[in-house]
Design a protein around this ligand. Structure first.
Ligand code: HEC
Length: 133
């Protein structure tokens, strides 16, 4: 159907297009290097160690015994989180965390708060496929 030379040209154009687009994507990632300060990173490790996700959601994903904590920091503030983590309550276990650990978890929740919104059911989808949070 096509002469060999035309096939080669089409193949070359597709290869160059693929490589250009791939290198563009990898050099323009939306968040290539998430900047977790060491305190946030330690907070994330504590979050995983104590399996907080078993009862809480982040970005709408996780367990449903406790509330979604994605925007807990801006909704309740760091003082509330501190006091809550110091004591727990009848349904939330008290992990007997140190003051430093509580600060690290609070810093982690602060970074989560800055990175997204909680309830995806409240998002609206635009006609071009993008999302309004
Ligand atoms: C066994 C389940 C469970 C685990 C595990 C758990 N929580 Fe909770 N948490 C709850 C429940 C249930 C509540 C709601 C308590 C209430 O409102 O009376 C809660 C509430 C909270 C709140 C207050 C939310 C609000 O606005 O009222 C914070 C902050 C919190 N948890 C943080 C954490 C962190 C951090 C961890 C991990 C170290 C964790 N939780 C692990 C069950 C859990």
């Amino acid at each position: 159907m096509f002469p060999e030379k035309q096939k080669f040209v089409v193949f070359s154009v597709l290869c160059i297009g693929f490589l250009t687009y791939t290198s563009f994507l990898y050099t323009h990632l939306p968040n290539p290097n998430p900047s977790f300060s060491s305190s946030e990173a330690k907070g994330k490790a504590l979050w995983q160690k104590h399996n907080c996700i078993a009862c809480h959601q982040i970005y709408g994903l996780g367990g449903y015994l406790g509330p979604d904590l994605t925007n807990e920091y801006s909704l309740r503030g760091s003082m509330f989180i501190h006091i809550f983590l110091q004591s727990g309550n009848t349904t939330m276990p008290n992990y007997h965390l140190s003051e430093t650990e509580i600060q690290e978890l609070t810093d982690y929740l602060k970074s989560v708060d800055q990175s997204g919104k909680a309830d995806p059911r409240k998002f609206s989808i635009n006609t071009n496929g993008t999302i309004n949070q």
